[in-house]
Write a protein that binds this ligand. Structure first.
Ligand SMILES: *Cc1c(COP(=O)(O)O)cnc(C)c1O
Length: 401
């Protein structure tokens, strides 16, 4: 990146706009070119051999790397405070590429009990078929960690805040405990984004993202990323991505992500402001039993939120006192907000896990995941806040009728 002329490290949004790309090397083109190619030709067989052996830098085949994707990867590494990044075709592709790169049968993982549904399916149902044991525990209570650590524990994995019920996990403390037993820590930072929290700076070994969400910010693609040390990322690229998942991100989606990330700071600032305002408004609203938002003083882990996050994000979970029926009425009543899964878009999205993402869970399974019948989730978008809160309040009125 060009110097900022100030003799100090460039700030977050400066790096989000400039890192990893110099127009002067590309005919002055302000935006990175989209390299739509599968393969690369070599000047000589000697050069090809050296590239395949990793002795000289350069591309060999687009499943392993592409120049548009490389710009995105250096930008991600810079924003998360890591040495390197690997961009892949989905958030689940990021988690699987990372774990397949390092795990062997007989290894163990400790994961928090609340995970994104497909992450839970991969860990709970997928990995066990290959001899990898996953212990699901409540990582909001770090003391429970040591009891399940064994010499076979390779990784501790969690999201913070967790999806969908907004529990927070203490990154510093979990890293200390895990490292004392030679286990490495993976944080899914999808909800926080590097603008609000940077787990690598707190000791985590890896960050993973669903870039489908805030990093894209526009709901127009599916993508994931892994960020960590240069050695680890070389391994993830040449084993997990190249040989095991093959889940490569396209050059065009890399370009769209670069475009989205330019406004990450602006968008997150607005998501956070609107979510805090809305959370405060609905906290004591009739028919609302509780609101879980890390920026409310009533959140059980408010102190940790203030310590660990620079602001509190755009996701709100609310508990409706009328249970399942109220959840359905609320969902059917929204007009501006959209009934949809996913999150982090410009549009406000509402989700009712008991009737949507988790409707095939048994009552016991739902309870074990901390998802009650009246739990609704709002991904607060970028609309005018008065319009948005009017819509949510009228839907709450109808839900409690
Ligand atoms: C969406 C999501 C994922 C999965 O990402 P995809 O891009 O849909 O594959 C993983 N973790 C969290 C927290 C998510 O919200």
């Amino acid at each position: 990146m060009k110097k900022n002329g100030l003799n100090r490290p460039a700030g977050f949004s400066t790096r989000a706009i400039h890192e990893g790309y110099d127009p002067a090397s590309h005919h002055g083109s302000l935006n990175p070119p989209v390299y739509l190619n599968a393969t690369y030709s070599f000047e000589s067989i000697a050069q090809g051999q050296q590239r395949f052996a990793g002795e000289v830098p350069g591309y060999v085949y687009a499943r392993v790397g592409n120049p548009t994707q490389s710009v995105l990867e250096s930008r991600l590494a810079s924003l998360e405070g890591g040495e390197a990044a690997v961009a892949v075709a989905s958030g689940i592709g990021a988690i699987t590429a990372l774990l397949w790169s390092f795990l062997e049968s007989g290894d163990e993982i400790i994961a928090d009990k609340t995970l994104y549904g497909c992450t839970f399916a991969f860990m709970g149902h997928g990995l066990s078929r290959f001899g990898v044991k996953v212990h699901f525990i409540d990582l909001t209570q770090p003391d429970t960690l040591e009891a399940v650590m064994t010499p076979a524990t390779r990784f501790v994995f969690f999201e913070t805040p967790t999806n969908p019920n907004m529990r927070l996990i203490d990154i510093d403390q979990i890293c200390r405990l895990a490292h004392a037993h030679n286990a490495r820590v993976i944080v899914d930072n999808t909800y926080g984004t590097p603008y609000l929290q940077r787990p690598l700076e707190r000791g985590a070994d890896f960050v993973v993202h669903s870039m489908t969400k805030y990093l894209s910010g526009h709901g127009d693609l599916i993508a994931g990323a892994i960020i960590g040390s240069a050695d680890d990322m070389l391994n993830v690229r040449t084993v997990g991505l190249k040989d095991m998942t093959g889940a490569v991100l396209s050059a065009f989606d890399s370009f769209l992500l670069l475009r989205g990330i330019k406004t990450l700071e602006l968008r997150m600032t607005r998501h956070c402001e609107s979510a805090l305002a809305l959370a405060r408004q609905i906290e004591s609203y009739p028919g609302v039993e509780s609101v879980l938002y890390p920026g409310l003083a009533s959140h059980p882990q408010y102190a940790l939120a203030c310590e660990q996050m620079s602001a509190f994000g755009g996701m709100i979970a609310l508990e409706l006192s009328g249970g399942y029926e109220a959840g359905v009425r609320f969902m059917d009543a929204v007009q501006l907000a959209q009934r949809a899964v996913s999150l982090g878009d410009a549009e406000t999205l509402v989700q009712h896990p008991a009737s949507m993402t988790h409707n095939n869970y048994t009552d016991e399974e739902r309870e074990a995941h901390g998802i009650s019948l009246g739990l609704a989730r709002i991904s607060v978008g970028l609309e005018n806040i008065e319009d948005l809160s009017a819509d949510i309040l009228q839907a709450l009125d109808q839900a409690s009728q």
